[in-house]
Design a protein around this ligand. Structure first.
Ligand SMILES: [Zn+2]
Length: 239
């Protein structure tokens, strides 16, 4: 099995990476360790959260706009820990994300503004992708890939300072159990990944104890390559 697997070298040509996720903390928990290693290599990483994460609490009396503000601040703190270039939030409500034309255009605009060469997003095709926002974010991110390269698609976006036609060349999916083929050992940066996750205090009030699920997942994926903690991806062929 290991003969066909790739590691961090699968991202050797990446220079500008855009990560399209659904909620504050998705990027950190699912690919924070790989991102840390790419940033150490000089890669510029742009984070997009489609929703505000404004139902992410078990407190019945919580006020949604207040929670959204908290989660945006936590996102910025985590971004500083990881060393992200820029974070964007598309302002949709948590639990109600739809991969519609508006979301597609919002994401295409960011492909054009960031001039990213590589996209990471949720695998919308994995049957176990049970969170509708994760499916929607992944679908919309893939749907925006092609139009972002076409001059007649939302041409007003191209008038923004710094914007140019989308130039994505590579697409990788995370949060997938559909035969991932890239296994990145993140053991050496796990303390920093954990610190970035814990910046989302509203989500992990018990500290590391609240992230046992993540450690178990990262350990499970570590077994095929005999690493302690591993993050996995699946590359899809695009032109
Ligand atoms: Zn999520």
């Amino acid at each position: 099995m290991t003969a066909e697997l790739k590691g961090l070298e699968a991202f050797a040509e990446v220079q500008r990476l855009i990560v399209v996720a659904a909620h504050p903390d998705d990027l950190e928990t699912m690919c924070g360790g790989t991102i840390l290693q790419l940033i150490q290599r000089g890669v510029k990483v742009f984070s997009v959260n489609c929703t505000l994460g404004d139902i992410g609490t078990q407190e019945a009396g919580a006020i949604r706009p207040v929670l959204a503000t908290t989660r945006l601040a936590e996102t910025e703190e985590a971004a500083r820990i990881l060393g992200l270039e820029q974070t964007y939030n598309l302002g949709h409500h948590d639990g109600e994300l739809i991969p519609d034309l508006e979301l597609r255009a919002q994401i295409a605009r960011l492909y054009r503004l960031t001039q990213a060469d590589t996209l990471w997003t949720f695998d919308p095709f994995w049957p176990g992708q049970i969170h509708p926002d994760h499916r929607a974010a992944g679908q919309a991110a893939l749907d925006a890939y092609m139009p972002s390269k076409m001059p007649l698609y939302r041409p007003e976006q191209l008038n923004e300072p710094g914007a140019s036609l989308g130039c994505l060349k590579r697409v990788f999916l995370f949060s997938t159990d559909r035969d991932p083929d890239i296994f990145v050992d993140v053991t050496g940066v796990y303390d920093t990944k954990m610190a970035a996750c814990l910046a989302h205090r509203s989500q992990f009030p018990q500290g590391e104890e609240s992230l046992e699920w993540m450690k178990e997942l990262d350990q499970r994926w570590g077994r095929p390559i005999e690493a302690i903690y591993t993050e996995v991806f699946k590359q899809i062929d695009v032109w």
